[in-house]
Design a protein around this ligand. Structure first.
Ligand code: BG6
Length: 513
């Protein structure tokens, strides 16, 4: 067999970032995530020569279909959703390695068939294959899949070797502390923690990874990164989209579970954690969990409450009228599901004592933007004005996570002219200008890292439990309160008044990202 047929993918990976021969098995193969993200991610890895030499993809789903039909679904998904165009030569190599196994998630015999299929592939290539199980199904079938992987001997394949099985698990990882703990127990009864990769796709975003580089590859920030210089921190994760066709899921979730517990708290952890001793997965995750442990329980009631929640009302977005949440398709009449949540966090450690971290996330907000803004203390006094009443602008360092990825710094500058007058100016760095705009999607990095066995950009069991420990009292309080305290905001705005009040209590206000 000529070498390019034997190793059809591998040509672009540094040696120590290579994955062993791998079969990725996707549970939930006909789902939305598979089409929109996973198949295109695998295709783009193939295009860049980043897949292991021997690579197979097996779609697993309830619907019976021949391999050819799954191949067609896959190529259609690539055409529609890949960031780069389909290249026939790449697909010609991937297509025959794209296979399908049909079966129920609670059908042990089907998992035995899957195990046989993988064994056949190993025979075909004459080598061990790493099996990477990607659980991308509704959470109701997480447990049977995990149990069946265990029972069919699929979890324990090649244990202790580089080709040992791995499992990627999609969100939602539980819906409160008890269910997250139960899921962790389920997983670790079958897999070892080192085999488990809990996805938070925000960690796969280039700009989120760059946060670590900015913090720990530049000497100028660390001396300022503490309560002596930072006044407060604001994190905004705003979306323009509403609930779309996902009310079935979202009604059971809401903004706190959907966006804050996972994505936003990860941004908090990466922004505020201590410098890790290395880039090693455990070193970073140890620091994140330490930080999450330092966050104080939130006050839930009364004037000093640290939390705000709201639902969007009718409004205008992009010049078009959009319906309020209660008028969206499949939303329960009188629903109290929050589409916006904001929290004021206090971190009780030496670095951050007394520095509020304000975080907010919502749907149907004015603009899609994710931003982390570090607001520094003002320069003392103002020698540039006749009176102290005129304050200089506070320096702000903002990481624009998406879209329009970049960093900016607000500084005070002299307005050119014969007098010395000041004006805040913005120093800007844009990724697209420096590096071009066709960066890999989060799922490309995450699937590759899991294949390599690098857990740095995945959530460890104790991290997710600590985050749920912080969120669960809030969820319980809101459930008891029903509509009481549920604020509203106009679709297309920056959120409810109650979220402004969280900051106003400390003399702060949200910056417009
Ligand atoms: C998902 C949420 O985890 O993240 C969605 O379930 C949300 O509700 C999405 O829209 C946002 O991701 P991104 O990458 O578009 O910011």
């Amino acid at each position: 067999m000529p070498d390019h047929e034997r190793h059809p993918f591998l040509h672009g990976l540094s040696k120590h970032r290579g994955a062993p021969p791998t079969v990725v098995v996707i549970f939930g193969a006909s789902g939305d995530l598979t089409a929109r993200k996973l198949t295109p991610a695998i295709y783009n890895l193939a295009l860049d020569g980043l897949l292991p030499a021997d690579f197979f993809l097996i779609g697993y789903g309830r619907k019976p279909m021949p391999d050819a039909e799954f191949q067609q679904l896959s190529v259609d998904a690539i055409k529609e959703f890949s960031r780069r165009e389909l290249r026939d030569d790449v697909w010609a190599r991937l297509a025959p390695r794209t296979l399908y196994v049909s079966g129920g998630y609670d059908e042990p015999a089907a998992f035995t068939r899957l195990a046989q299929k993988i064994a056949e592939l190993e025979k075909q290539i004459g080598q061990d294959l790493q099996a990477l199980f990607y659980i991308s199904t509704p959470p109701s079938v997480f447990a049977p899949i995990i149990q069946n992987l265990g029972a069919a001997g699929l979890a324990a394949r090649h244990l202790g070797k580089p080709t040992q099985s791995k499992v990627i698990i999609e969100k939602p990882f539980g819906r409160d502390l008890a269910s997250a703990k139960a899921l962790n127990q389920e997983l670790t009864s079958v897999f070892e923690e080192s085999q488990v990769f809990r996805i938070d796709h925000y960690l796969g975003k280039e700009t989120v990874q760059d946060l670590l580089v900015q913090r720990f590859a530049n000497a100028i920030f660390e001396p300022l990164w503490n309560r002596n210089f930072v006044d407060h921190v604001q994190i905004t994760v705003a979306e323009e989209v509403g609930v779309e066709a996902r009310a079935g899921y979202y009604e059971q979730s809401g903004a706190l579970r959907d966006m804050i517990q996972n994505h936003t708290m990860q941004l908090v952890a990466l922004t505020a954690m201590e410098p890790p001793v290395s880039l090693d997965a455990e070193a970073i995750r140890d620091e994140k969990v330490k930080l999450l442990r330092a966050i104080q329980p939130l006050r839930l009631d009364g004037a000093a409450s640290d939390v705000a929640r709201a639902q969007y009302d009718d409004g205008i977005l992009g010049g078009k009228p959009v319906p309020g949440y209660l008028r969206e398709k499949d939303v329960t009449p009188g629903s109290t599901t929050e589409t916006f949540a904001a929290l004021r966090l206090s971190i009780n450690n030496w670095r951050w004592h007394g520095v509020p971290f304000y975080i907010r996330s919502g749907k149907r907000m004015a603009r899609r933007v994710t931003e982390i803004a570090i607001r520094f203390k003002r320069a003392p006094g103002n020698i540039f004005a006749d009176s102290d009443r005129f304050q200089l602008a506070a320096n702000t360092l903002a990481f624009q996570i998406q879209p329009d990825e970049g960093m900016s710094m607000i500084l005070n500058a002299k307005i050119p002219g014969l007098e010395t007058r000041t004006q805040p100016v913005k120093m800007n760095f844009k990724y697209a200008t420096t590096f071009g705009s066709n960066t890999p999607e989060a799922y490309e990095r995450l699937v590759l890292d899991a294949m390599i066995g690098d857990g740095t950009l995945f959530i460890r069991g104790d991290e997710t439990e600590r985050s749920w420990e912080l969120m669960t009292p809030i969820l319980e309080h809101w459930r008891e309160q029903k509509r009481a305290g549920l604020d509203s905001y106009t679709a297309g705005s920056w959120g409810p008044k109650s979220a402004d009040a969280l900051l106003a209590a400390n003399g702060h206000s949200w910056r417009e990202p």
